[in-house]
Design a protein around this ligand. Structure first.
Ligand SMILES: [Mg+2]
Length: 265
């Protein structure tokens, strides 16, 4: 990797940092100072590698409701309330169903991820930026491996990632449970002190920060539709979040200009 000369002015990340209170002061930080040591790049999938205004997540969310309607024989509104209770309290709806009812996870995962992905557009800008990151690239998701692979294929990310660590690989312990990260680090031989994590849910970055990862919260652009639940959205930058961006494509392009393979800035 060619490092830029000391005298060159680094591009700031400010243009790609979201207007979340507490985030603005990070805009002028030299990305070399925070990311130069990173050799493993870890990405969440849903609402991170595609934006939350996409209709993909609502489709999965609705399938969970339908699954639970059939399971419990409840009406839609009652089921929805129970589903959201599980999601917030247990990390995922599935974890709540396992803890309370001993549900077989495989039927659930297959059903909720059986969605139409035909309207997902490839994101070649983001694909190029991810491809330029120096080192290993991995996905860490609370969803299923099959869902991640199918979605990445539609996004044009089919060959970008070394592997997908899914909810089954984590023994059904979802982020933010510390066991999920511990199993991920062990399985893939990741040294968190040399890794960075990109994720759309604030609490899922707490353990990564504690373990020494550089943490970036990916948020929707101002005014964009956001299908996520209110508790999932950031209102201010907590101390365990190093960066906040509403433009992952631009953020990574700026980053790879100074730390990427073949960087010459
Ligand atoms: Mg997500």
């Amino acid at each position: 990797m060619n490092k830029p000369p000391e005298s060159s002015k680094p591009p700031a990340l400010g243009d790609h940092v979201a207007a979340v209170p507490g985030a603005e002061k990070f805009g002028e930080i030299d990305p070399r100072a925070r990311f130069a040591h990173v050799d493993t790049w870890v990405f969440d999938l849903d609402n991170t590698l595609y934006p939350p205004h996409s209709d993909l997540w609502p489709k999965i969310d609705d399938r969970m409701t339908v699954f639970m309607c059939h399971l419990f024989g409840l009406d839609g509104l009652s089921t929805r309330a129970l589903q959201k209770y599980y999601y917030q309290r247990h990390g995922t709806t599935l974890r709540g169903l396992i803890d309370d009812y001993g549900l077989d996870p495989h039927a659930f995962l297959e059903f909720v991820h059986d969605i139409d992905r035909s309207n997902i557009e490839p994101n070649l800008t983001l694909a190029g930026a991810i491809a330029a990151l120096p080192g290993r690239r991995l996905i860490l998701t609370n969803g299923s491996r099959d869902h991640a692979l199918r979605t990445c294929e539609r996004l044009g990310f089919a060959d970008l990632f070394e592997d997908v660590f899914d909810i089954v690989a984590s023994n059904l312990f979802p982020k933010p449970d510390p066991q999920a990260y511990m199993l991920f680090f062990e399985r893939h031989g990741v040294d968190p002190a040399r890794a960075a994590m990109f994720e759309d849910i604030t609490r899922n970055l707490l353990v990564p920060h504690e373990r020494g990862m550089v943490t970036t919260l990916v948020v929707p652009r101002e005014g964009a539709r956001d299908h996520r639940d209110p508790w999932e959205t950031a209102r201010q930058r907590p101390p365990h979040v190093d960066f906040v961006t509403d433009d992952l494509d631009g953020f990574l392009l700026t980053l790879t200009a100074v730390v990427g393979d073949g960087a010459t800035a």
